[in-house]
Design a protein around this ligand. Structure first.
Ligand code: BEZ
Ligand code: MG
Length: 503
């Protein structure tokens, strides 16, 4: 399963390697995956409900019975029809039932939050721990403290976690929210260096459009935190925000407020970086075009006034110093290979960093989907998802039960994996080889996919060929020949050539 390198061969004293392999197998064994798609109006089966409640760790029989009853009944279609009749739909917290069983019953109006209480006290406490864990992991990999972290913030995961990722960014900077006498968020303040116990790390945040729309106060909070850090009268060796802002000023002039801009996103009314659309269409020549798209779309700075302003110069300068790029996952429903937005945002900023600094940053994923959380390298996360999802019969068979749409999801997973190659180069060649063997070279599987959704199947095969053409993997001649022949057959089928004969 490519869980360990074949070379060099292990000797008698391979205790460490054996332990690492054991850990890798245990991680696969305990990983959770979504089981097919949700169909509105169809409650999950008794077996699926039991698995969900097991995964949520709910053992109390009474509780368990109550939640099972809530999962077993359809609350969604009635609520939807009621809402369409202009009826009142009760509010409820949103999120993943694994993290918060109070989201049941579904079919309610997912209110998010009180904007004056994000990040919450819990999020601040946990965010600091998760940020420390990121630093520790990077230190273990690289022997050093990062000077600049590029962090991607989304709206949805911050709402579901009361602002956990915002709190992580604040803790890296060594800042915290300031509250008024009613306990309402009213700005940022610095955490003293003695309490922080390490230098302030520079953080460049790229916001999703949804974050910008939902969390304007938090956007200003982050901008103020960066500005306060840059303004603090502290030695540069203990304050990388100030170090970098002063260096920018020395080189380019201007005021400190501009040199301390660290919150970037789309302009008003725009969403996404377009990197996903470029990758999907295949109409790009070299990876720097992806970096261009990202910077063009996300080059708007949000300063302490909250008004977006194009600031390509500051962005390019900060990106050139990024050591670490990072984003959190908030629910097992979505992995980095499930939707194209992760490589659009985190992948996009990685590519922009690589161009600005001439070398790749380390990329990490904060897995906040269960328990205490974990930090993985992006390569580890892609490997884990490939083993537990894309190559796992439990995952793909559940999707294939949804027919046409299931095949589209499988193709999307392959394209999203490819998106990580295009933006970060962190997908191992064996991933493409095994995807090819599983979905294209296995004739039975290829026929099943093509019968359900010929267009998505041809797209999947062509994506694997494109991955080879872009040098993300190199199949041997026989495998390439088989893949190309299958791709051509699938194309013919869409065009109605040789129907009933070909795959
Ligand atoms: C967000 O919540 O910010 C988000 C959700 C899905 C895709 C992209 C962004
Ligand atoms: Mg979209």
């Amino acid at each position: 399963m490519d869980l360990a390198a074949a070379e060099p061969a292990w000797r008698e004293d391979a205790a460490t390697e054996i332990r690492q392999l054991g850990d890798a197998v245990r991680e696969l064994e305990t990983a959770l995956i979504p089981h097919g798609l949700h169909v509105v109006g169809e409650p999950p089966s008794a077996a699926a409900r039991a698995e969900l409640l097991d995964a949520a760790g709910i053992d109390d029989p009474q509780r368990r019975a109550d939640l099972d009853a809530l999962l077993a009944a359809d609350h969604e279609l009635p609520a939807l029809l009621h809402a369409l009749d202009a009826g009142y739909v009760r509010p409820a917290p949103g999120g993943d039932v694994l993290r918060n069983p109070d989201v049941l019953p579904t079919g309610r109006n997912i209110h998010g939050f009180d904007p004056f209480r994000i990040p919450s006290a819990f999020a601040l406490h946990d965010g600091a721990r998760q940020a420390d864990r990121l630093i520790a992991r990077h230190r273990a990999e690289s022997d050093g403290l990062p000077e600049t972290v590029a962090m991607v913030l989304w709206g949805s995961d911050n709402l579901k976690s009361e602002g956990g990722p915002i709190a992580q960014a604040l803790w890296l900077l060594g800042a915290e929210p300031r509250h008024d006498s009613y306990g309402r968020l009213c700005g940022a303040q610095l955490v003293p260096l003695e309490r922080l116990g390490r230098p302030r790390i520079d953080v460049v945040v790229t916001l999703s459009g949804i974050f910008r729309d939902l969390l304007p106060m938090q956007t200003r909070l982050l901008a103020e935190a960066a500005f306060l850090a840059a303004s603090a009268d502290e030695p540069e060796a203990h304050n990388f925000v100030r170090k970098h802002a002063l260096a920018y000023q020395r080189e380019h002039g201007g005021d400190l407020e501009r040199a301390a801009l660290r919150v970037f996103g789309n302009t008003d009314g725009a969403y996404g970086s377009n990197v996903n659309h470029l990758v999907d269409g295949g109409a790009w020549n070299d990876e720097d075009e992806l970096a261009d798209a990202f910077v063009r779309r996300k080059g708007f700075a949000y300063g302490v006034t909250g008004k977006p302003e194009r600031q390509d110069g500051v962005l390019a300068s900060v990106l050139a110093g990024v050591d670490v790029a990072y984003q959190n996952l908030d629910s097992i429903e979505l992995g980095v290979t499930t939707v194209d937005h992760y490589f659009d945002t985190l992948g996009g900023v990685c590519r922009a960093v690589r161009r600005a600094r001439g070398a790749a940053a380390s990329v990490y994923i904060g897995d906040q989907t269960r328990g205490d959380g974990a930090v993985r390298t992006l390569a580890e996360q892609v490997t884990l998802e490939t083993h537990t999802r894309a190559l796992n019969p439990k995952w793909y068979e559940a999707l294939l039960e949804h027919g046409y749409e299931g095949v589209r999801h499988i193709e999307a997973c392959v394209t999203n994996t490819f998106g990580w190659s295009a933006t970060t180069g962190q997908v191992a060649p064996w991933v493409y080889q095994q995807l090819t063997e599983t979905y294209v070279l296995d004739e039975n599987m290829r026929r099943r996919l093509a019968a359900l959704n010929p267009t998505a199947t041809a797209k999947l095969a062509n994506r694997l060929i494109e991955a080879h053409e872009r040098r993300y993997w190199s199949p041997d001649a026989a495998m390439l020949d088989e893949l190309q022949r299958a791709g051509a057959e699938l194309e013919d089928r869409i065009e109605g050539i040789g129907e009933g004969v070909a795959a």
